[in-house]
Every structure is written in structure tokens, then in C-alpha cells.
Design a protein around this ligand. Structure first.
Ligand code: URA
Ligand code: URA
Length: 199
């Protein structure tokens, strides 16, 4: 890794760890910056915000929803979790796992923007309504947007259901959210493979 980019990463991580830009800093135990490859990163996954397990550990998607995400990626898509960068719209846990407010998402977005500048991924996968609607500046729901490739600032955006939603919707019947997600992760894998052939 070149000197400049590792310095930039370290400064950004320090800034996030000390952030007091919104009220979420008052109730957090740990900030959750994100994790994954900091160079040669093709795919970034953007979730909503840390839950209790993430707030306790400082790592993204390590609780029940995170375990399901890992399972979807690795068993559904044959995509190793550690090949992707995983982060969230907000870096601090919203109390009671409520959705982040628009203001919280907006004040935190400087950090996601900086992460995306440093990573310059080819694909951004958004999980659920919160990151999808925030980044696309839309009120359209995830059910209508998931499984589609959308151009977002020249990056291929691919919305998928949030794994927490899948935990509440256990059915695997044809057309169910889980069924659709298992299809979506296969489309994601196909796209990743296409990129790698071209590079
Ligand atoms: N849900 C999210 O959106 N992000 C996490 O990091 C964990 C659960
Ligand atoms: N609402 C969400 O925020 N995410 C989903 O995946 C489904 C409904």
C-alpha cells in the first residue's frame, strides 16, 4: 500500500473514532468504521448502521444479521466475505436499533464519501431501504429496486434486501424475499466475475 493512502485511511479512522457530529455519539460504546480490503477493492457493501453486537465489538455485521449476510455471500454467492469492504450509512448505533434519521445519515455521510473515494469500487451493494434511499435520493422502496443494476455516479449500484428483513421473513418459497436474495447474490457473483475477466 502506498504511503499516502495508508495515511489517509489512518486519519479517517481516527476522525471517525472521535466523531461528535451528531447525537449518536452520546450513546455509542464503539464507532463501527467498516472493514475489508483497502486496496484493489471491487465491491463495497453498505448497510444501515451498527446494532448491539457491532456497537460492542466495533465491527460491522457480526451479529445475527451479519451471520446471515456472511452465509448469503459465501454459500449463496460463493463470494468470500473478506473479499468485500463492509460498512454502514452511520458509524454509530442508533438507540433501540431505530433507523438513523436523515440528519444523522447526512452528517455521517462525509465518512462514507471519503471511504468510497479511497476505495473507488466498481460495485456498491446497498442493503435495505435506508442506504438505498439515502444514496439514490429516492423514496422508492427496496422491493421495487432490489436485484437491479443502477448507475450511481458511474458506479454499478445493486440494492438487495437487508438481512434483518430476511430474519423476519423465513419463507424460502418461490418469490419470497429469501428466494429473491439467493437469486440476487448469484447475479452479484456473475457481475464480479465479469469485472475480473476484464481486468
Ligand atoms: N445491520 C446493519 O445495517 N449493519 C450492521 O453493521 C449490522 C446490522
Ligand atoms: N425494509 C428495509 O429497510 N429493508 C428491507 O430489506 C426490506 C424492508
Amino acid at each position: 500500500m502506498s504511503m499516502d493512502i495508508s495515511v489517509a485511511w489512518n486519519e479517517l479512522k481516527k476522525k471517525v473514532s472521535e466523531c461528535q457530529k451528531c447525537g449518536l455519539c452520546k450513546t455509542r460504546n464503539n464507532t463501527v468504521f467498516g472493514e475489508g480490503p483497502e486496496v484493489n477493492c471491487k465491491v463495497v457493501i453498505v448497510g444501515e448502521g451498527p446494532g448491539a453486537d457491532e456497537d460492542a465489538s466495533g465491527r460491522p455485521f457480526v451479529g445475527k444479521a451479519g451471520q446471515l449476510l456472511t452465509n448469503i455471500l459465501e454459500n449463496g454467492g460463493n463470494i468470500p466475505r473478506n473479499s468485500l469492504y463492509i460498512t454502514n450509512i452511520v458509524k454509530c448505533r442508533p438507540p433501540e436499533n431505530r433507523n438513523p434519521t436523515r440528519d444523522e445519515a447526512q452528517s455521517c455521510s462525509e465518512y462514507l464519501e471519503a471511504q468510497l473515494l479511497l476505495l473507488h469500487p466498481e460495485i456498491v451493494v446497498t442493503l435495505g431501504n435506508v442506504p438505498t434511499q439515502f444514496l439514490l435520493k429516492t423514496t422508492q422502496g427496496i422491493t421495487g429496486l432490489r436485484g437491479q443494476w443502477i448507475d450511481w455516479r458511474g458506479i454499478k449500484m445493486f440494492p438487495m434486501f437487508h438481512p434483518s428483513y430476511l430474519l423476519r421473513n423465513e419463507s424460502r418459497a418461490v418469490g419470497s424475499p429469501k428466494y429473491l436474495t439467493w437469486q440476487d447474490v448469484k447475479s452479484l457473483k456473475e457481475k464480479i466475475d465479469t469485472l475480473q475477466q476484464g481486468s
